[in-house]
Design a protein around this ligand. Structure first.
Ligand code: PHB
Length: 395
């Protein structure tokens, strides 16, 4: 369905409302639109291996909106949630439900890169304002970038590139890469390889399994024979818990590292098995900034959970939305000014200062962290103010 076929439906409804009021009190279409709540669709995983990630994003979005008194740009906010189950095959239909049936004004989603590509296809056609709070699929802000799509999380390339750089700087020349065989794992693998190559290192072997399988034993058994000095990985959520535990129990001596999702939000469940693992990510548990301290306390008080990168990304998705909606005083139809405000937003994130690149992708520090005593402690900056190259994006 085309953009033209959808937006007029909503405007058509407004016209219907106009017809029922008397001439002397006729409000403008804009006044009617403002009286209507702003519908925010959350399309996220609430089941499966990424369920906790989707929950933390949701809690943080709701927290920011509550901090704003339940309103953005003067309008009440109505949240509509949909469990995407991290199933790419259902993504176009699920997106249609939110965009075409529920007529959301904004879509915040999702976690899984494959699902994101399904969302992206629909929202590029409909022009629905979309903020990506996790999924790193590179194409979303590269060749397939769109003026109505912003991302407050990362590209799959970013953290893995930082990890490769940090490893290369330590003198590692041969590494292996292990991951689920789908966009996030493969694109992160490319980033890792590129970072390592900057210091003359290489990935000599890549091992994969299907998402969200956790039959890791056949892969782990190969590692001692690979002759590598380090193993880099992309795993997240429930799969990451299991991978780290099995790596430790297998007694493999080769150091394990990766995109920081490996130990993010899951250190409690991984326990001693995670101790000492180094990862690269745009967040850590001991960032010494006032914004982060306030955020972590508020999140803990509200949810009885520790904040993690997923919560931060969700919070920043809502912060970015607030900047845009407040700039147009709730009039989301004023797309030119809405997008302009969002593109030039300078936001104090719990992760530090953030901004948008020309391809509407986040620019942020990639930290090097070490898992110690249940915390991902920042031990350095792997890549300062790292912008994705945005290759192929013309905005
Ligand atoms: C992704 O599929 O893009 C993805 C999923 C989980 C993560 C990070 C990236 O933690």
């Amino acid at each position: 369905m085309s953009f033209e076929k959808i937006r007029p439906t909503r405007r058509g409804l407004m016209k219907g409302a106009l017809a029922t009021v008397t001439a002397s009190t006729v409000p403008t279409g804009w006044a009617i639109a403002q009286a209507r709540p702003l519908k925010v669709g959350l399309m996220l995983p609430y089941s499966g291996t990424f369920a906790k990630l989707g929950e933390n994003i949701t809690f943080a979005v709701e927290m920011l909106i509550a901090e704003k008194g339940g309103k953005l740009g003067g309008r009440e906010v109505q949240i509509i949630k949909l469990d995407d189950e991290s199933k790419p095959e259902n993504a176009p239909q699920n997106t249609d439900r939110l965009v075409k049936r529920d007529q959301v004004d904004v879509l915040i989603g999702t976690v899984h890169s494959g699902v994101q590509m399904g969302i992206h296809k629909v929202v590029r056609e409909t022009g629905t304002l979309t903020i990506v709070p996790n999924a790193g699929a590179n194409a979303v802000t590269r060749a397939l970038c769109a003026k109505n799509v912003f991302r407050t999380s990362f590209t799959n390339w970013q953290p893995a590139y930082g990890m490769g750089l940090a490893l290369g700087a330590k003198g590692v020349k041969k590494a292996a890469w292990i991951t689920w065989d789908y966009a996030a794992g493969n694109e992160a693998g490319e980033g890792f390889k590129e970072g390592l190559a900057k210091h003359g290192g290489e990935v000599v072997r890549t091992l994969t399994l299907k998402f969200p399988d956790t039959n890791f034993q056949p892969l782990l058994a190969q590692i001692p024979g690979l002759g590598v000095e380090a193993v880099g990985v992309f795993f997240a959520g429930g799969g990451a818990v299991q991978f780290v535990k099995e790596y430790k129990s297998a007694g493999i001596q080769v150091p394990l590292c990766g995109s920081g999702f490996l130990t993010e939000g899951v250190l409690g469940a991984q326990g001693a098995a995670a101790e000492g693992i180094e990862t690269a990510l745009h967040y850590g548990d001991n960032l010494d900034n006032a914004r982060d301290k306030v955020f972590r306390k508020a999140f803990q008080d509200r949810t009885q959970r520790e904040a993690d990168v997923y919560a931060v990304q969700g919070y920043d998705a809502a912060q970015l939305l607030a900047v845009g909606i407040e700039a147009v005083k709730g009039n989301i139809e004023d797309e030119a000014n809405l997008y302009k405000a969002m593109r030039s937003a300078k936001i104090e994130s719990p992760r530090g200062p953030i901004s948008m690149s020309a391809s509407q992708e986040i620019v942020h520090n990639i930290y090097l962290r070490r898992a110690e005593g249940g915390l991902n402690k920042v031990v350095g900056i792997a890549a300062p103010a790292l912008a994705d190259p945005g290759t192929g994006c013309k905005l």
